[in-house]
Design a protein around this ligand. Structure first.
Ligand code: PLP
Length: 406
């Protein structure tokens, strides 16, 4: 008899974006003439930078010629890309990361989801609330939680991120082993200072814990004092893994390229308490289960680091940040408390009522789709997330409609 992994049965059956899609579909059916503007899901809307497209075309042409054709590449990524990342994303900011500490992959979603499998099932996991759901669901699948009850999985430690703590949770009140942090944050749009991040690094060092730092939105940081990488913090190399992605940085959501940084002296422990290098384990896992990102896509990612690529990427980021500021200003002028939207593409809005009621108001009265905050966790109740990933025209139209409707 083929038995299933019963932990999968603990997963909450309905998925946030499926619920949203159902309501939108019903609204559209009832109001076929109403044009809907989607400011919900965090997918980019601008096309790939032309420097990336040019590099991808050239790489495809290379694949058409016997002498330059390439088959399987290194599972960890081509050294041309790993070197550019180490130099421009880390060493230039004083974070001492070497090219062979970078693992190129097809997404931060896969990496943040897969990384947990190299750790013991008995470890204590801490996740933010509200949270990017991948961190939670993959630990549920692995059997690190109990059942879902009253909005939370038993066995997880939830790090509450609220207005009162500026969406930077307090250190856990009991020992935890694995800590997920995400800054700039999805969904709250919050950023973290070096001092605040240092407290987490110190906690991890003291408690022999590990931080999984999701920096998928670091490209939106404009404030020069904010850390873009956890490795800008002294002592982080031993206790932190960082996840990055070209998805939001350069519009690669459909093209797929990301990377994970695992420093060689990043440590975990075996059953006898002896130090084990996580780098070696991740390398083993990655090369066993992953066969590399395609050559043309890695060449396109490399073009992000060229002078033209940098200019084009910055222009796209600035475009989304300008949208974010329009949304934030308008919602604030309508009397709503807004967070994020600065150094971040997400605006986290206190609707003053149940998240889904606010969602329904915006949909039914203005034809605008947002994301209800409680879909990200109990602490998201009362909030909605609006995303700046859309055209300026749509953002302006959406804000005018909301102003009229509310
Ligand atoms: N991490 C966070 C916090 C995200 O919000 C997202 C996508 O929305 C991802 C990771 C996924 O990134 P990728 O497209 O590289 O899989």
């Amino acid at each position: 008899m083929i038995n299933i992994n019963e932990h999968y049965l603990k997963l909450k059956s309905s998925y946030l974006f499926a619920d949203i899609a159902k309501r939108v579909e019903k609204f559209q059916k009832d109001n076929p003439k109403q044009e809907i503007i989607k400011l919900g899901i965090g997918d980019v809307t601008l096309p790939l930078p032309t420097a990336c497209i040019k590099a991808m075309h050239e790489a495809v042409d290379e694949m058409a010629i016997g002498d330059s054709f390439r088959g399987y590449g290194p599972e960890q990524g081509y050294s041309f890309l790993r070197q550019a990342i180490a130099r421009d994303d880390f060493q230039s900011r004083g974070a001492l990361i070497e090219p062979d500490e970078i693992f190129i992959s097809d997404g931060a979603k896969c990496d943040t989801g897969n990384i947990q499998e190299i750790f013991d099932t008995g470890i204590q996991v801490a996740v933010p609330d509200p949270v990017y759901p991948v961190y939670v669901d993959t630990n549920v699948m692995a059997g690190r939680t109990g059942m879902f009850q009253e909005g939370r999985y038993q066995g997880l430690v939830y790090l509450e991120s609220t207005k009162d703590n500026n969406f930077i949770p307090a250190l856990p009140d009991r020992p935890v082993d694995l800590i997920y942090l995400c800054y700039p944050n999805n969904p709250t749009g919050a950023t973290i200072t070096k001092d605040e991040l240092s407290r987490w690094v110190d906690y991890a060092r003291t408690n022999k814990a590990l931080i999984l730092f999701d920096a998928a939105y670091e490209a939106f940081i404009k404030d020069p004092d904010l850390p873009r990488s956890i490795y800008e913090i002294d002592g982080a190399r031993e206790v932190a893994i960082e996840f990055r992605s070209f998805s939001k940085t350069a519009g690669f959501t459909g093209t797929r390229c990301a990377f994970t940084v695992v420093p060689k002296n990043c440590r975990a422990y075996d059953g006898q308490g002896k130090e084990v290098s996580i780098h070696g384990l991740w390398n083993r896992r990655h090369s066993t289960k992953f066969n590399g990102v395609s050559y043309p896509v890695q060449k396109a990612a490399l073009a992000v680091y060229s002078p033209e690529g940098q200019k084009q990427v910055q222009a796209n980021i600035d475009y989304y940040l300008a949208n974010a500021s329009i949304i934030r200003d308008k919602m604030q002028s309508l009397g709503f408390e807004c967070y994020g939207g600065v150094n971040s593409p997400y605006i986290w809005i206190d609707g003053g009522k149940d998240s889904w009621s606010f969602f329904d108001d915006l949909l039914n009265k203005a034809g605008i789709v947002c994301t209800p905050g409680d879909g990200f966790g109990l602490c998201g109740q009362g909030f909605i997330r609006i995303s700046a990933f859309n055209s300026l025209e749509n953002v302006e139209k959406a804000m005018a409609r909301i102003e009229k409707a509310l």
